[in-house]
Write a protein that binds this ligand. Structure first.
Ligand code: SAH
Ligand code: SF4
Ligand code: F3S
Length: 442
């Protein structure tokens, strides 16, 4: 028996869905040691911070929250604190974690989280602090460990790492090169989640899902993978993120159109509306190409829910470049826009570009963009009227609600439900206080 049996743990997660899913695996590892989860990091025996370094703000938040436990650790030296994920993996990051967090017991990166149980056992025997950052994965994390929080949507990794090297981005440096899981492994996991655990949405994860399969011995493609997964029997749908516009082919558009089980939602980060900036970002596409995908997908899948990521204030971004981004969001009419101010990441090419944009200008631009998107989103609501959507039926505060693939809620006030968590068609009838309402329309 190990010394952790019966002890309590708490996991704090920062960053993307990938990290959220990795934390589900971390929870599984801690459970396998006989531990139980609790909500309070102050009273937990083991606290794990699964960190992110995509922008400076994410790092500051994680660092400050780890620091907040310093006093508790001083009072209770047997408490174990672990810092893992992208922040420790980063070379020459803002914080020298080894030096600045001497009270943290275990600091590991992204490539050895799956060995967390061994590190914890080692620590309990030797009482010696562990600092171990390795350059390549020892093995990918075993999904069998996973303890998922969400009972409707399950994350499934299909590809790890990134080969794209966008000039602003730290991810390729902290997550390593692209590494696809085999189609068989993914199929088995999805089938189990749908047929044995009742999941309604499966979200396939990768920094760039469109690269899926290119690195495998038996080459395959993302659209092939999707087609195969759609053969699994059951009432479920598949989402995926993130897609890169460069590799987004017509084969994928065809699958999204033809396969009922592929959700009618697409997150397609554009990053900027200026082709000049896109080139400096090393994105490998221009606005003409991006807009041609948008046009094709809107034609193939009417009422698709579109979302995007945008970086404002990338080095060299002029008012003219920024206005092109504003123009783009007016034209596309996304359901959702995630806008970020450019944040310098040490070790990435853009951090050394000389024409950095002032913070206050970034701030003004991001707010302008978000204000515009808010107006567009409100106007967009009108387009829902009289349209039918395949929705997942849920009960929210005693009322039946249909949730679209894009996450929009349609209230169904007169519906006498006796069941939930199934897909059916809902027709939108009315908008009141920015809320949609409708009727079942099978
Ligand atoms: N792999 C995904 C996204 C990864 S990071 C893709 O290629 O789209 C999520 C988002 O964070 C990015 O889409 C980008 O908009 C933003 N981001 C990445 N690096 C950033 C930086 N240095 N500063 C500001 N935003 C950044
Ligand atoms: Fe970062 Fe670009 Fe890779 Fe996305 S595709 S993770 S933005 S380097
Ligand atoms: Fe952050 Fe790492 Fe994801 S840097 S966005 S947690 S891959």
């Amino acid at each position: 028996m190990n010394s952790y049996v019966g002890k309590k743990y708490h996991v704090v997660t920062y960053g993307c869905q990938m990290n959220v899913h990795e934390s589900e695996k971390i929870r599984g590892i801690l459970h396998s040691l006989g531990m139980e989860e609790i909500d309070n990091p102050e009273t937990a025996d083991v606290v794990v911070f699964n960190t992110c370094c995509i922008r400076e703000g994410a790092e500051d938040r994680a660092y400050n929250n780890v620091m907040a436990l310093k006093k508790v650790k001083e009072k209770n030296p047997s408490k174990v604190i672990v810092v893992c994920g992208c922040m420790p993996q980063q070379k020459n990051g803002k914080y020298d974690l080894k030096k600045r967090l001497p009270f943290v017991d275990i600091i590991i990166g992204t490539h050895n989280i799956n060995a967390l149980a061994q590190y914890l056992i080692e620590l309990s025997k030797t009482k010696e602090r562990v600092y171990d950052i390795i350059e390549k994965p020892i093995a990918t994390m075993d999904p069998d460990y996973c303890i998922r929080d969400d009972k409707t949507n399950a994350y499934v990794n299909i590809i790890y790492g990134c080969n794209k090297f966008c000039t602003y981005c730290i991810v390729p440096y902290v997550r390593g090169r692209e590494m696809s899981r085999t189609p068989e492994e993914i199929y088995k996991e999805v089938k189990d989640l749908v047929q044995n655990h009742g999941y309604k949405y499966i979200t396939l994860l990768g920094q760039n899902v469109n690269s899926y399969g290119k690195d495998l011995k038996e080459k395959t493609s993302f659209s092939e993978l999707l087609k195969n997964l759609c053969k699994i029997e059951g009432d479920f749908k598949i989402k995926f993120m993130t897609s890169h516009p460069m590799d987004f082919g017509d084969d994928l558009i065809k699958v999204m159109k033809e396969e009922h089980k592929v959700a009618k939602a697409l997150h397609l980060p554009v990053q900027s509306g200026s082709s000049r900036i896109l080139q400096r970002m090393n994105r490998h596409y221009d606005i003409k190409h991006y807009m041609s995908i948008i046009k094709k997908i809107k034609r193939a899948v009417p009422n698709i829910a579109l979302s995007t990521d945008i970086i404002v204030g990338f080095p060299g971004e002029t008012e003219k470049d920024f206005n092109q981004t504003m123009k783009l969001i007016k034209k596309v009419k996304y359901d959702q826009v995630f806008a970020f101010m450019y944040s310098k990441r040490t070790g990435t090419p853009a951090a050394t570009f000389e024409d950095q944009v002032d913070e206050d200008i970034k701030n003004i631009r991001v707010n302008k963009l978000l204000r515009l998107q808010k107006i567009i989103q409100k106007e967009q609501l009108k387009k829902f009227i009289k349209k039918r959507f395949d929705c997942l039926i849920k009960h929210i505060n005693g009322v039946a609600v249909g949730v679209t693939d894009g996450g929009r809620e349609i209230y169904i006030p007169n519906y006498k439900y006796n069941n939930e968590n199934y897909f059916t068609k809902v027709k939108v009838e009315d908008i009141r206080n920015h809320k949609l309402s409708g009727v079942i329309d099978e």
